[in-house]
Design a protein around this ligand. Sequence first.
Ligand SMILES: [Fe+2]
Length: 167
Amino acid sequence: MVSTISKQKMYATRIDIAQNVREKVIDLLNQSLAATLDLKTQTKQAHWNVKGTDFYQLHQLFDEMAGELEEYVDMVAERVTALGGTALGTARLAAAESILPEYDLDAVGGMEHVTALADRYAAYGKHLREAIDSTDELGDADTADLYTEISRTIDKRLWFLEAHLVK
Ligand SMILES: [Fe+2]
């Protein structure tokens, strides 16, 4: 993917993390910001449109999950700015940069939405686990910790989703 993201302006900061490390971490965080925003809006899409006998519990579950993602959007964006970078978090940028596929717009019933979200939560979870390793290798333990926190929640939510799919 040709990224507009790596060409972003850096700001001076007194933080004791080398600029070349910060630049790499910021690029990764902005990719994650795009994916997190994308997943949040997809989860809301499920919240609004799910139908069928499990409607109410799934409608509520999806809203809880979207709320968590909204918090992570903010945490990821603010880690970018704490490192002297520019957070790239508009809807257009998220759509252009997200690693996730578009939502299943034909999903109607509960299990169709659960499956669509499980696929995307799994892909996002893989991205997070790779990001934990990358930021750890770069020596940015704080960003690795942020990714670890998000990753733990995403794994739990994947379990919640997949528990609905067991026959
Ligand atoms: Fe709502």
